[in-house]
Design a protein around this ligand. Structure first.
Ligand code: SIN
Ligand code: MN
Length: 277
């Protein structure tokens, strides 16, 4: 999939691109069907909400789940990112965010590159985020919000927040967000399962809690230029990957055909499922 000149210009101006319905329902189903078994596993890659046992985010499924390993090599996702970054890519981070009905907590205002620079010593903002909706995203279930154009400001001051949610994040102050929103506004792209968002690693974003009865499961993939790989290995390897091998794409039908993929972490940390009693 090749981006047009006008898509490239709109990415440069706004810091994101939206592709409604990019993956078909039969393709999305292969991924949706896999999520409950991943969330049921007792392994450190499942980070739970503050309130209890509900999964907030599952990390690195592409290393132990075949459907997600194939998604991580999907040309419809990888090629536009390679086109914008202009270099081979490796997977810096891979997560399946639950934002579960009633329990899904907020993601505070932040830039991902702020965290990658502070924690992982990623040299430059030559990495891109991709979000793929596995559930419909609507105005009620905590859609991702962007401040268009905010990526042009580079890395903004941020404070390390370890208390608001169960996941530590470098977050931007309310005062700065007010100024940014006064000039750029807020957008929240919404759409059917299978829609894809591609956004700059300096784009300021957040999402509110999900008080609706609808889950908002989305996959977030962060792809980084191989030469821009992280220099510090402070965070766990399931959060900030250390394998800088360039991603090799599979054919376009890879979600529907069982192409062979390596699953190096299949047995890592994988304890038996809890017995229902
Ligand atoms: C993120 O910013 O990494 C996640 C945001 C969300 O899931 O809403
Ligand atoms: Mn983020």
């Amino acid at each position: 999939m090749k981006l047009t000149q006008s898509q490239i210009e709109s990415f440069e101006r706004d810091g994101y691109l939206f592709f409604p319905g990019l993956f078909r329902p039969d393709e999305v189903k292969v991924l949706q069907d896999e999520v409950p078994a991943l969330y049921a596993q007792r392994r450190p890659e499942n980070v739970r909400e503050r309130t209890g046992d509900v999964v907030r985010t599952n990390f690195a499924a592409h290393l132990y789940s075949a459907p997600f390993a194939r998604l991580a090599r999907h040309p419809r996702m990888v090629e536009p990112v390679r086109q914008l970054i202009g270099e081979d890519l490796y997977m810096h981070q891979f997560k399946i965010n639950g934002k579960q009905a009633f329990d899904g907590d907020v993601w505070q205002w932040h830039q991902d590159y702020g965290t990658w620079r502070n924690d992982d010593q990623m040299p430059e903002a030559r990495a891109m985020n991709v979000a793929i909706f596995l559930d419909e995203v609507n105005e009620f279930n905590g859609p991702l919000m962007f401040i268009p154009g905010s990526h042009k400001l580079g890395v903004l001051d941020a404070g390390h927040d370890t208390s608001t949610t169960s996941y530590p994040l470098w977050v931007i102050s309310d005062e700065t967000i007010k100024k940014l929103v006064d000039r750029g506004g807020i957008v929240a792209p919404k759409g059917a399962p299978g829609s894809m968002l591609l956004f700059h690693s300096c784009l300021v974003h957040a999402s509110s809690s999900n008080l609706s009865p609808w889950n908002r499961v989305s996959v977030y993939l962060s792809l980084c230029a191989v030469s821009n790989h992280i220099r510090r290995f402070k965070r766990p390897d399931y959060i900030a990957h250390r394998d800088f091998t360039p991603i090799q794409c599979l054919p376009d039908d890879c979600l529907l055909k069982e192409y062979e993929v390596a699953l190096p972490w299949k047995d890592r940390f994988n304890e038996p499922l809890r017995q229902a009693s």
